[in-house]
Design a protein around this ligand. Structure first.
Ligand code: FNR
Length: 341
């Protein structure tokens, strides 16, 4: 059942990405052009550091899959691309492995094919401390992601209906494991309140993973016999809105959800993210063009991000936060409604 669900997620996510339309709020963020702001390319670094983590680049392949033969093959290819391009990578939810250890290899490839890379294990917020440790051990993970996804579970026919234990369980896991813990949404966004709660629960960082790309409420609705949760499509806040909303966060924020281009990466960094991830878009490149195409995309994005930093006068990704930004349209209305300057 779980393996079938993983295959369904990949198929439905790819259908969604091929038919993508509608607004993406990154388009409502623009840099003010300062014609003399530019610096010299050799003075630009892509390195980012947060909460004791040092990454050579501020871009990562975010959580996706594992648990079936087909998704194991995808993980092997994602791991190869991460290794070749030198980007951090997260596994898909490893609860499939915790339930059925016979699918271990479909996750383990993330480490065996990327032995020196930064690898994140991924679990849900109902996992026991022992389960979290087993997931970490399988991948010799450098960090642990815990996903929170009420807007996915709700329309999922076999999904969870009890969410109250998630916070206390996140607290237990964060206190018990000895690697950084990053809590992430799956495409519906984290509000300012959610980020503050996560900080109080002791997590290291939060990935806002907002609306604008892969829509899991829509995916799960597509798996139902009757698509009776269509009203949840588009639920939540965009990634740009989340970053603006949680500007006063006391833990570092990562950004994912609807990141389409190196310009979106620069926009998210300018809005305060310490690193930026993509899932559906990278999977589409892999599905359509193979590992070589994904390596090319990753290296091109990094090169073009460095080009943007050069033009904008930002020696490091963190310096992008000093750039002047214009916020337009619905995103501006969101800021007004939420009392954001
Ligand atoms: C995901 N995502 C995800 N997230 C997570 O924490 N655990 C998981 O197992 C999965 N599974 C998964 C499967 C597939 C096929 C996709 C495309 C995505 C969510 C992902 O990490 C990310 O938060 C959202 O997809 C938003 O980013 P994009 O896709 O808009 O770049």
């Amino acid at each position: 059942m779980s393996g079938q669900r993983k295959d369904d997620h990949v198929r439905l996510a790819m259908e969604q990405h091929r038919a993508r339309s509608g607004i993406n709020q990154f388009d409502e963020v623009s840099f003010v052009h300062h014609a003399l702001a530019g610096i010299d390319r050799p003075d630009v670094s892509l390195a980012t550091a947060f909460a004791g983590i040092h990454w050579p680049v501020p871009l990562y392949i975010n959580a996706m899959t594992g648990g079936s033969v087909k998704t194991g093959e995808i993980n092997r290819n994602l791991a190869t691309a991460a290794r070749e391009a030198g980007v951090p990578i997260a596994s898909g939810s490893m609860n499939a492995y915790l339930k059925d250890p016979s699918c271990a290899d479909t996750f383990r490839v993330l480490r065996t094919h990327n032995p020196r890379g930064f690898v994140m294990a991924n679990i849900n917020a109902t996992t026991t401390v022992d389960g979290a440790q087993r997931a970490i051990d399988l991948l010799q993970a450098d960090a642990l992601q815990i996903h929170i996804n009420t807007a996915q579970e709700t329309p999922m026919p076999e999904g969870d209906r009890s969410f109250a234990s998630w916070g206390p369980q996140i607290h237990k896991i964060a206190a018990a494991v000895d690697i950084p813990v990053i809590v992430k949404e799956v495409g519906n966004g984290l509000s300012r309140q959610s980020v503050h709660t996560l900080a109080a629960l002791g997590v290291t960082a939060a990935d806002v993973s907002g609306r604008g790309g892969t829509d899991f409420a829509r995916i799960e609705n597509g798996r139902r016999e009757h698509a009776d949760y269509a009203f949840l499509t588009g639920w939540g806040q965009s990634t740009a809105a989340c970053l603006l909303d949680a500007q006063d966060a006391t833990i570092p924020l990562l950004a994912s959800g609807g990141v389409r281009t190196p310009l979106d990466v620069a926009r998210a960094l300018a809005l305060g993210a310490v690193a930026v991830g993509s899932s559906g878009g990278f999977l589409r490149t892999l599905t359509d063009g193979g590992v070589g195409a994904l390596v090319t995309q990753l290296t091109t994005w990094l090169d073009q991000l460095a080009a943007l930093q050069t033009m904008l006068g930002a020696p490091t990704p963190a310096d992008l936060t000093r750039c002047d930004l214009l916020i337009h349209g619905q995103l501006r209305e969101f800021c007004t409604d939420r009392g954001i300057d």
